[in-house]
Design a binder for this molecule. Sequence first.
Ligand SMILES: Cc1cc2nc3c(=O)[nH]c(=O)nc-3n(C[C@H](O)[C@H](O)[C@H](O)COP(=O)(O)O)c2cc1C
Length: 340
Amino acid sequence: MSPLDGLAVPLVGAPLAGGPSTPALAAAVSDAGALGFVAAGYKTADEVALELEEVRRPAGRRFGLNLFYPARDEVDEQALTAYAERLRPEAERFGIEPGEPRWSDDDWDAKLELAAREAPAVVSFTFGCPEREVVETLRAAGSAVWCTVTSAEEARVAADVRADALVVQGREAGGHQGSFLAEAGEPLPTLGLLRQVARATDLPLVAAGGIASGEAIAAALAAGASAAQVGTALLLAPEAGTSEPYREALRGGRPTRLTRAFTGRRGRGLVNRFMRDHDRAAPRGYPQVHYVTAPIRAAARAAGDVEAINLWAGEAYARAAEAPAGEIVERLSAELQAAR
Ligand SMILES: Cc1cc2nc3c(=O)[nH]c(=O)nc-3n(C[C@H](O)[C@H](O)[C@H](O)COP(=O)(O)O)c2cc1C
């Protein structure tokens, strides 16, 4: 049975790497009848193993595990060096240096081994879809494999490697776009993208991006999705590890925008000074730019300086509720019933 068929509520709590995802958040979302996710990104495999242990207590809880596919973008080394130099004054404000523009595979092999050993209900991927052998290994271990796609072409690639379902991520989404084929122009909005992907494949679809109400879930289901994945809607839950300055910004009225300024990969966040000052100069190159800005963002976070941290948020962020995650899921479920 697909993990989507077993859900009491057709809802997935998005993996939220970089702080907001916690074992308590994943557990609360799953316990409310949706599917919670553990976010492996930026952590070591050992750290993720400890989180899985927590989410597994009590035994029998169903949840997903999300991994970053280690894509290798073509990068312009000179542009990367120039960007790191440009950010030197940002770092000097905190008495530090920008980080090195390096590449890393985010502990890929060890995380894949962990995923195969632990066999959560779902293993999902973003930034790329793994090879068919990897998909088959994970499925043989007992997991469904989901790939994040942002275009019909990416959906065809994921269908070719026999993914079980697709997370269809539109441009309204908070955080990074999971695109892995060449970025052609502006990404598509969630509903339009869903309709395109539904024409390109018969796979079950999970809609992501700008969904934070029962009406929006109903619209996604009507456009061909089997479930909706919500990220930003959970950022203000007490179980989330969202930092205080980030929470404060989410309570305000800033606009959101897509930018490469923080990590070299397109992501949507609340507009702040760092984004305004550096967006146009930021080169493509993930995770190299992520490593350049990481010490600056960490220092800004510690100093409570909301103008120099990445404030990932989707277009529907004003609807994020300050309520326990279980209540948020229940509320969305009740709104969905009313909207149907
Ligand atoms: C803070 C934050 C961190 C995210 N981290 C991940 C991640 O680790 N893996 C992933 O596949 N998607 C990640 N996403 C994207 C979500 O999976 C999802 O596509 C997005 O939250 C949906 O849009 P919404 O934020 O408007 O609900 C992240 C999003 C946010 C806001």
